[in-house]
Design a protein around this ligand. Structure first.
Ligand SMILES: Nc1ncnc2c1ncn2[C@@H]1O[C@H](COP(=O)(O)OP(=O)(O)OP(=O)(O)O)[C@@H](O)[C@H]1O
Ligand SMILES: [Mg+2]
Length: 514
């Protein structure tokens, strides 16, 4: 008989060990919903008061979750099987999401009526949310980017035609004012399109190695002008900031937009602080941004002491056209562009806002470790064409572009400057023209996206027989988007759409002089 008791004790000890060490919260409830027995994981999740049965479990839940739990417990008291689990939000200092499973406790005379199991799903939830959000941003980005790209082509035609008309109409001409208006409007449209392209990460990027401290210091006057007299502008730069690879013009737009928003959030005045510092990989975990987990980063923070924003707003600020400003005051594209630029630079952006206290935007850009060759190139500096430079030439140019109007405008611009211009409306035709002329072409200017044979394929084909042929690509897409379709180390020039006729002339001249 003694053996039977021992076995029973051993089983109980074993059971107690399972119960106590389970990572799942487990509790037995009586028919009033109070806890009769609970394991340590339960006490940790719901607090000691609930675990000891002195307060109802529902006390620790957010209102929306209480009703669902009540239903589940009622079902358990009816001995119902297969009760659906309940996802609930715990209140308290450190809010958690939990999934609760309720099952009826087949009466064993103990008076328990239900057993509750709980699993913490906070991290999983955060991951799901993040995933859903980035999918949504991507979908909107694709749509916006597609429209913007087509629009860009239309604008290129308008801009080129107006440029050309303006050359033949002097200030006194009756049409001059109208032409100027068309040009200004086209420029405005181009700037909207650029913001959309930036958001959808299809903007042309020319990344260079930058010290953000220098870039921000150089912007000081501009930023002062934007922030106005009521707002104090402060800067804190950590020493020896690591370099990053970024497009300087675009990074300036990021800062400008954040400062503009900060100013708008502080109508009565306040302080904008721009701070930079290095964030080594070891520090990332402690920051609690799950998406970022490896690599060294440079952090730029733009903080204001303004209105702050509620969570519903903070969740949507990066969506294109989301604005809380009056019609005519904001387009809602500022932060979309910021987001796209940061993402395209391989970085991350986070917002932290407290109503009535202020807002901080944190931008993390990956640290860049330059090679020695790259260092040497930076020392040498870029060549710049002065505004008065002679942009004429006599070289022979082959222009490849499938949009007739765009091509016609570009042909005209180059002929005017003395060049001999040949045209082709596709890659295939370009190869034919090249053969007809026996290769007597100094430079090919080609669109990237064309039917039949695209620009990169054309370059590869041409260089098979003429490896030294000079090439300029014209595109509304980012340079690196198609550079990867080319043999490594291929040399070519690049011109971003939309461009003015002057931009084209400069690019051609630079390439021919190389
Ligand atoms: N620093 C800030 N403080 C409080 N709210 C902000 C801040 N920055 C942005 N917001 C909110 O985010 C919204 C979206 O900002 P975003 O820059 O994308 O567009 P916008 O400023 O409204 O218009 P746009 O920049 O195109 O002129 C703003 O309308 C505002 O509600
Ligand atoms: Mg803005």
């Amino acid at each position: 008989e003694g053996e039977g008791v021992d076995a029973l004790e051993a089983a109980e000890v074993r059971f107690t060990r399972f119960f106590n060490s389970s990572p799942m919260a487990i509790a037995a409830l009586n028919d009033t919903g109070l806890v009769v027995r609970a394991n340590p994981a339960f006490a940790k999740m719901f607090g000691q008061a609930a675990a000891s049965g002195s307060v109802a479990i529902a006390e620790g839940l957010r209102d929306e979750s209480r009703e669902a739990l009540r239903h589940a417990l009622a079902a358990a008291s009816r001995n119902q099987a297969g009760i659906p689990s309940v996802d609930a939000e715990l209140t308290g200092e450190n809010p958690r999401s939990v999934r609760l499973y309720v099952s009826a406790d087949v009466s064993d005379g103990t008076g328990d009526s239900a057993i509750l199991y709980g699993v913490d799903i906070t991290d999983q939830r955060a991951l799901e949310d993040q995933f859903a959000k980035s999918q949504k941003m991507q979908a909107i980005g694709n749509l916006a980017g597609g429209i913007a790209h087509d629009f860009n082509n239309v604008l290129t035609i308008i801009t080129a035609s107006v440029d050309f008309l303006l050359l033949n109409h002097r200030t006194g001409d009756p049409s001059f004012q109208d032409l100027l208006l068309i040009k200004q409007s086209a420029n405005r449209a181009a700037s909207l399109v650029r913001q959309l392209l930036a958001y959808s990460r299809r903007q042309t990027m020319r990344p260079k190695m930058l010290s953000l401290t220098d870039v921000i210091a150089d912007m000081h006057l501009l930023l002062k002008r934007i922030s106005g007299d009521l707002v104090k502008l402060e800067r804190h730069h950590a020493r020896d900031l690591w370099p990053v690879m970024a497009d300087i013009g675009q990074f300036e737009q990021v800062i400008t937009n954040l400062v503009q928003n900060a100013r708008d959030a502080m109508v009565e005045g306040g302080t904008i602080t721009i701070a930079t510092r290095n964030v080594p990989e070891a520090e990332l975990k402690g920051l609690g941004y799950g998406e970022m987990n490896e690599g060294d980063f440079v952090l730029v923070e733009v903080s204001d002491t303004g209105s702050g924003m509620p969570d519903e707003v903070a969740e949507r600020i990066f969506e294109p056209f989301f604005t809380t400003k009056e019609i005519g005051k904001g387009t809602g594209l500022g932060l979309s562009m910021v987001y796209g630029i940061v993402k395209q630079s391989g970085g991350f952006i986070f917002v932290d806002s407290v109503m009535g206290k202020g807002t901080t935007f944190s931008i993390f850009l990956p640290r860049h470790t330059p090679s020695e060759a790259a260092m040497a190139k930076i020392e040498a500096g870029p060549t710049v064409v002065s505004p008065k430079a002679d942009l004429s030439g006599t070289a022979s140019i082959l222009l490849v572009e499938d949009e007739d109007h765009v091509r016609a405008g570009n042909v005209r611009a180059l002929k005017m400057r003395g060049y001999e211009v040949h045209e082709a409306s596709s890659g295939v035709e370009a190869l034919e023209v090249m053969e007809e002329l026996g290769g007597k072409i100094d430079l090919v200017v080609s669109d990237v996206v064309m039917p039949e044979m695209d620009g990169p394929t054309l370059l590869r084909e041409m260089r098979k027989t003429r490896p030294e042929m000079k090439f300029i690509f014209v595109s509304g897409y980012a340079e690196d988007a198609f550079a990867k379709n080319l043999p490594e180390g291929s040399k070519f020039g690049f011109l971003a759409k939309p461009f003015s006729l002057r931009d084209l002339a400069i690019a051609v001249k630079e390439m021919l002089d190389e």
